[in-house]
Design a protein around this ligand. Structure first.
Ligand code: GAR
Length: 200
């Protein structure tokens, strides 16, 4: 079974959806670690409830981003983690982790990339007055939400849509799309070939 680590900074509803997918057999993988950069974030409670161990680590405790990521990397290596899954991790991945996990870090973002990268993608879409937005899952590179797209799903923005209603629609899609895509990436037939290519 492939080993994954999930990185998250906040509420962790995507982390939970992935955890539940593992428990119910939809996703054939082992979540061996949650990495959380925000002590006190609710995602850490969720990990405890799911019986998943967590590394809570604040970048401010380190003299540099490199030192911070080296600490995380040591833990990932000791656990033989094969794929890093960003799920609401609100920080750019630096060169230490990128080099070590080249082609093996994925992210979920609440817009149809390349539209509305960065923070508050839902607010950006509402402010732009567009009729649709969505969810994108992509490989991570050194840019802000710029890596190659793996999958995306559109969401209509209806008349009178509020931030809350749009957030709800987007999260509903995220919670089913992310486990599905992870299963394809880790265990899918066709995708396994691409996966092998990206690893070597
Ligand atoms: C998710 O909607 C995810 O797409 C977004 O943060 C939210 C985390 O929610 N990520 C980004 O905006 C990354 N740029 P969660 O903590 O409930 O899973």
């Amino acid at each position: 079974m492939k080993k994954i680590a999930v990185f998250a900074s906040g509420s962790g509803s995507n982390f939970q959806a992935i955890g539940v997918a593992v428990q119910s057999g939809i996703l054939n993988a082992e979540i061996c670690l949650l990495v959380c950069d925000k002590p006190g974030a609710f995602v850490v409670d969720r990990a405890e409830m799911l019986g998943i161990s967590s590394l809570v680590i604040n970048p401010k405790w380190f003299r540099s981003k490199e030192a911070y990521e080296t600490k995380i990397l040591q833990k990932l290596t000791s656990l033989d983690v094969e794929l890093v899954v960003l799920a609401g991790y609100m920080r750019l991945i630096g060169s230490t982790l990128l080099k070590a996990f080249e082609g093996r870090i994925v992210n979920i973002h609440p817009s149809l990339l390349p539209a509305f990268p960065g923070k508050d993608a839902i607010g950006q879409a509402l402010a732009a007055g567009v009729e649709r937005t969505g969810v994108t899952i992509h490989y991570v590179d050194e840019g802000m939400d710029t890596g190659p797209v793996i999958a995306s799903s559109a969401v209509a923005i209806d008349v009178g849509e509020t931030r809350e209603s749009l957030h709800k629609k987007i999260q509903q899609i995220e919670h089913s799309l992310y486990p599905e895509v992870l299963e394809q990436l880790l265990n899918g037939k066709e995708e396994a070939v691409q996966w092998e290519k990206s690893v070597h």
